[in-house]
Design a protein around this ligand. Structure first.
Ligand SMILES: Cc1cc2nc3c(=O)[nH]c(=O)nc-3n(C[C@H](O)[C@H](O)[C@H](O)COP(=O)(O)O)c2cc1C
Length: 185
C-alpha cells in the first residue's frame, strides 16, 4: 500500500494548522486506499538550514537532517497543509523542503491551504517550490477561508463542500503517487 504523508506546515503556538491537518488525516484514513500519516514539522524541530553541503549531494552532517531525510524518504506522496503568511507559505515549511532533495523526487502532492483568502497565494508559491524538487502537484486544491471555515478565526469548522474538494485532492494524490512509482524504483 502506498504511503502518504500529511505535512503540518505551521509550527507556531496556537496554530490552526494542527486542526486542519487532523481533519485531512481523519478523512483520509476512512478511505482505506493508502497508508496516511501525519508529519508535524514541530516534532522535527529543524533549525535554519545548517548543512554545509547542498542537499543535492545527499551528504548530511546533522542528526536532525538524517531523521528528516528518513521520514520523507519513506513516503510515496504528500498532502501539504499550509497557511498563508504574507502571501506565501511558512518559513518552516520552506526550510523543511530545502533540507532535502532526492527524497522528494518523483512523488505527488496536493496542497490544502488556509487563510483570509483561502491560502491561495501560499499554495501557488508552494507549487513553484515543489516543481524544483520534482514533486508533481495535483490540480485539485482545498482552499479554506478564515471567515467561512473557522469560527472566530480559531475554531476549525469546515463547510460541507470542503470535504468534497478534499476527496478529489486525495483521489489525485493517490493515483499520481501510484503512477509515478516506476520512476522511484
Ligand atoms: C505572520 C502572519 C502573516 C499572515 N499573512 C496572511 C496573508 O498574507 N494572507 C492571508 O490570507 N492570511 C494571512 N495570515 C492569516 C493566517 O493565514 C491565519 O492566521 C492562519 O490561521 C495562520 O495559520 P496557523 O494558525 O496554522 O499559524 C497571516 C498570519 C500570520 C501569523
Amino acid at each position: 500500500m502506498i504511503k502518504i504523508g500529511i505535512i503540518v506546515g505551521s509550527t507556531r503556538p496556537g496554530r490552526n494548522g494542527e486542526a486542519v491537518a487532523r481533519w485531512v488525516h481523519d478523512h483520509a484514513v476512512r478511505r482505506g486506499d493508502a497508508h496516511y500519516e501525519l508529519v508535524d514539522l514541530k516534532d522535527y524541530d529543524l533549525p535554519h538550514l545548517d548543512e554545509p553541503l547542498a542537499a543535492a549531494t545527499g551528504v548530511y552532517e546533522h542528526p536532525h537532517t538524517k531523521t528528516w531525510s528518513d521520514t520523507i524518504d519513506g513516503f510515496d506522496g504528500f498532502v501539504f497543509v499550509t497557511p498563508e503568511y504574507n502571501h506565501s507559505t511558512t518559513g518552516a515549511l520552506k526550510t523543511a523542503i530545502d533540507f532535502l532533495f532526492a527524497e522528494w523526487h518523483d512523488k505527488a502532492a496536493g496542497v490544502v491551504g488556509y487563510g483570509v483568502s483561502g491560502g491561495v497565494r501560499a499554495a501557488e508559491h508552494l507549487r513553484q517550490v515543489l516543481g524544483q524538487v520534482k514533486v508533481a502537484d495535483v490540480q485539485a486544491a482545498v482552499e479554506l477561508l478564515m471567515h467561512a471555515d473557522f469560527e472566530d478565526f480559531t475554531t476549525f469548522k469546515p463547510a460541507a463542500h470542503q470535504e468534497d474538494m478534499l476527496s478529489k485532492l486525495l483521489d489525485q494524490v493517490v493515483s499520481w503517487s501510484k503512477a509515478l512509482r516506476p520512476l522511484r524504483m
